[in-house]
Design a protein around this ligand. Structure first.
Ligand SMILES: Nc1ccn([C@@H]2O[C@H](COP(=O)(O)OP(=O)(O)OP(=O)(O)O)[C@@H](O)[C@H]2O)c(=O)n1
Ligand SMILES: C[C@](O)(CO)[C@H](O)COP(=O)(O)O
Length: 231
């Protein structure tokens, strides 16, 4: 059954899903790779659609898979599908262009973080609604972190108490995200980075182990185990 989105919701979620998944190895675009028999994108969109704040979902799909992604997601949730770009940042900008101006809160959420629970999506949206212009879910860093030189000599040990591992969804006031993308001079790995560069404060909220990014082959095994664990 297709999940209905909340017509009274105030949030659009952009789902960049156009990446090749090179680090995952051969097997086609990562968002369409299977986890427990279903594409990662289906897992991700199902959880986004279960978030009561969400009124609109825009997917940036691999350019050759736009129709296939529309067909794939028809039984899952009503979505808008656009062709993504060569870089993640371009895919996000293309999806952002499909958000009507009356939606004031925009979240950007990697298809690769396929198991992110709806409550993380809700807490990011709530923090933007309560007045933060930009919000990111984070986890503490658990390893000791070293700074090293190009020849692998240790230069020093970084104070990890001031570091955070950053997840998605990242949430923004729509005007803040639009301005950050419009003025972006460099390619950055996340959207909050663009907002930081514009001098706008970015607030952290707790992330979740379930929001891990499926990047390497090991991550698929870990995600499959997480799916089977009590959540
Ligand atoms: N041109 C791109 C590149 C990435 N993404 C999306 O951005 C998210 C985070 O990217 P990452 O996990 O690094 O995915 P890939 O770029 O596919 O991975 P790799 O670097 O291993 O190829 C993913 O959902 C991916 O589909 C995108 O929409 N468009
Ligand atoms: C946006 C992101 O998921 C935050 O951790 C991440 O930066 C995606 O990009 P990457 O290509 O894996 O660096």
């Amino acid at each position: 059954m297709t999940a209905k989105l909340n017509a009274r919701g105030d949030v659009a979620v952009l789902v960049p899903a156009a990446g090749a998944g090179l680090r995952l190895g051969p097997g086609g675009p990562k968002a369409l790779r299977l986890l427990a028999g279903e594409p990662l994108l289906v897992h991700a969109v199902r959880r986004v659609a279960a978030s009561p704040s969400v009124r609109l979902i825009v997917i940036a799909a691999p350019a050759t898979e736009v129709e296939a992604v529309r067909t794939l997601l028809t039984p899952v949730a009503p979505v808008t599908v656009v062709a993504g770009g060569a870089e993640r940042q371009e895919s996000v900008a293309l999806a952002l262009a499909a958000v009507p101006p009356e939606i004031g809160i925009v979240l950007v959420h990697d298809a690769a973080r396929a198991l992110t629970p709806p409550d993380v999506i809700e807490s990011v949206a709530a923090a933007v609604r309560e007045g933060s212009p930009a919000v990111i879910p984070v986890l503490p860093v658990v390893d000791t972190i070293k700074e090293v030189s190009a020849d692998d000599t240790v230069l020093g040990t970084v104070d990890r108490s001031v570091l955070r591992s950053v997840q998605t969804p990242q949430g923004f006031r729509r005007d803040v995200l639009v301005a950050a993308h419009a003025t972006a001079a460099d390619s950055l790995t996340d959207d909050a980075g663009l907002v930081e560069k514009a001098g706008i404060p970015v607030t952290c909220v707790p992330g979740s182990d379930m929001a891990m990014k499926i990047t390497r082959p090991l991550d698929l095994f870990l995600a499959e185990a997480l799916l089977g664990s009590p959540q």
